[in-house]
Design a protein around this ligand. Structure first.
Ligand code: PNS
Length: 159
């Protein structure tokens, strides 16, 4: 059984994330979408809210998806749960430096766990949670960037 994990902050979930989730389910038997802590970030949504958003927006996705949260090292979660690969989305070249650092440290910590990158679809190449929050902050249209459920949550949060 090939178990993969798609880890991230998901603050909040975007169509870019959903795109990666959908495609990742095709390359693993079970996909764990993991909300982990990025110590460099301050979050708009607390953990419970991000879990709720993911559960709601993934409710009609593939049945082999599990949403979890974990406050620790990603590779430790992988080892404890028999996860053999980590999935990350790649958008523009600007993602590359950060992603290669993350993949390299994870490989240093656990050499048998592979990181697999899925390229974002063209229409999602620029979509990021931080961009969504900024557009929403200035009352711009975020309807093509996040599902309606997320758009409502963002509007409620920043109004
Ligand atoms: O969506 P993000 O913020 O780019 O995701 C980054 C995340 C949460 C996947 C990364 O920070 C992470 O793996 N955090 C858990 C702690 C960890 O294992 N860090 C990497 C080695 S220092």
């Amino acid at each position: 059984m090939r178990i993969g994990i798609y880890p991230g902050s998901f603050d909040p979930l975007t169509y870019g994330h959903l795109d990666v989730i959908e495609r990742a389910t095709k390359i693993c038997d079970k996909l764990i979408v993991g909300i982990l802590v990025n110590s460099a970030k301050k979050y708009l949504f607390d953990l419970e809210e991000r879990i709720d958003i993911l559960r709601h927006c993934c409710s009609e996705c593939d049945k082999n998806i599990e949403i979890i949260s974990f406050d620790g090292l990603l590779v430790d979660y992988c080892k404890e749960n028999n996860i053999s690969f980590i999935i990350r989305g790649l958008r523009a070249v600007s993602d590359f430096e950060y992603e290669i650092t993350l993949a390299s440290i994870n490989r240093r910590l656990a050499s048998d766990i592979e990181t697999i990158f899925l390229m974002a679809r063209d229409e999602n190449l620029f979509v990021s949670s931080s961009l969504v929050k900024e557009v929403a902050m200035y009352k711009g249209d975020i309807s093509t960037l996040v599902p309606p459920y997320v758009a409502d949550k963002i509007r409620a949060k920043i109004s």
